[in-house]
Design a protein around this ligand. Structure first.
Ligand code: GDP
Ligand code: ZN
Length: 314
């Protein structure tokens, strides 16, 4: 058997064995003592959605060795506090769906704020409220309306009644999408509806590699017609990658019109009195909840930075 050099997409990786799809075939690949320059300093070198070159083994045509990582268009990451490193969750995405629910688990807008926060403008962020069959209270609706006001798209759907599922299908069509949210928001239910039998096949394979463990703690890419969904592990708390504190405000799209108007450059929008951001919070330009998210994150990057990012991290 000859070694073939192929290009494929990573569907998922468990214990440093990556399942790569190339031309509708799956290959089980390892990385051989290779560190990819794009993954320096990251907790995991590769993730679902990465495009790689690999060579098939001469003794087994379903196995191979990853030899090259194609440049990523983008990556959705978070700070893994336990591992004290940036963790890759999904790469090369067009849309990040931040899943939420009116109830069960409760609506947590500050968690959504954190999920959405990024300096990267190369992917779209959509808030997807599943379980729309449950009652949406006034406060929740007000926050959803505010997301729309600041330019973040909000979609509602129900995996139970199928309301909004067609619209979701149309939005996903031809795109590589990531689904992120707390466990219990209905990620699996939605994916099952969107894919039908195909998911089962994928999860059977992942189940085999995961040595029987049923809860997913890794991302998995599920092809869906011309598009795909990267299902990410249920996230409980989310921390952002460490950035210079002055850069934080610029990651809040709704703060942008005000930042330049602050009394002096380098304003932290926290302690200063002559602050356009703070004024906007008072006169309704910025939602108070969003500002609270900002203050909390600002303190994570400054006062309690060591607690979150460790002393050695710079
Ligand atoms: P995941 O942890 O995000 O994958 O969530 P699951 O898909 O496992 O769903 C968690 C629970 O919510 C299950 O009991 C589902 O039956 C339920 N569920 C999922 N979607 C809906 C929905 O649209 N409406 C209601 N009422 N329940 C839902
Ligand atoms: Zn300011």
């Amino acid at each position: 058997m000859n070694n073939l050099k192929l290009t494929g997409k990573i569907l998922f990786g468990i214990n440093n064995i990556y399942t790569v799809e190339s031309d509708n075939r799956l290959y089980e690949c390892r990385i051989k003592g290779k560190v990819f320059k794009q993954s320096k300093g990251l907790y995991n070198p590769l993730t679902a959605g990465d495009i790689v070159d690999f060579e098939t083994d001469s003794h087994s045509e379903d196995q191979g060795v990853i030899i090259f990582l194609h440049e990523r268009k983008n990556a959705f990451t978070r700070w893994n506090r336990k591992k004290m490193a940036v963790q890759l969750i999904a790469s090369n995405i067009d849309i990040l769906f931040c899943l939420t629910t009116p109830d069960d688990p409760p609506f947590r807008p500050r968690f959504l704020d954190r999920l959405m926060l990024t300096e990267d403008k190369s992917y779209q962020t959509i808030v997807l409220m599943n379980k729309s069959d449950l009652h949406v209270n006034r406060q929740t609706q007000e926050r959803l309306d505010d997301y729309e006001r600041i330019g973040i798209r909000v979609l509602k759907c129900s995996a139970k009644t199928l309301e909004g599922i067609e619209q979701l299908k149309i939005t996903i069509d031809g795109k590589q999408c990531a689904f992120a949210g707390h466990s219990g928001v209905g990620k699996s239910s939605i994916i099952n509806i969107l894919t039908g039998r195909k998911t089962q096949k994928t999860s059977e394979i992942s189940y085999k590699y995961n040595r029987g463990r049923h809860t997913t703690n890794y991302s998995i890419l599920i092809p869906l017609g011309t598009g795909s969904i990267i299902d990410t592990p249920g996230i409980r708390d989310i921390f952002i990658k460490k950035v210079e504190p002055v850069k934080l405000a610029r990651m809040f799209v709704d703060f942008l019109p005000y930042i330049e108007k602050c009394g002096f450059s380098g304003c932290s929008h926290a302690a200063e009195t002559d602050c356009a951001v703070k004024k906007a919070v008072i006169n309704g330009g910025i939602h108070p909840d969003r500002y609270e998210t900002y203050l909390k994150l600002y303190s994570e990057l400054t006062e309690i930075s060591e607690e979150i990012y460790g002393p050695a991290y710079s």
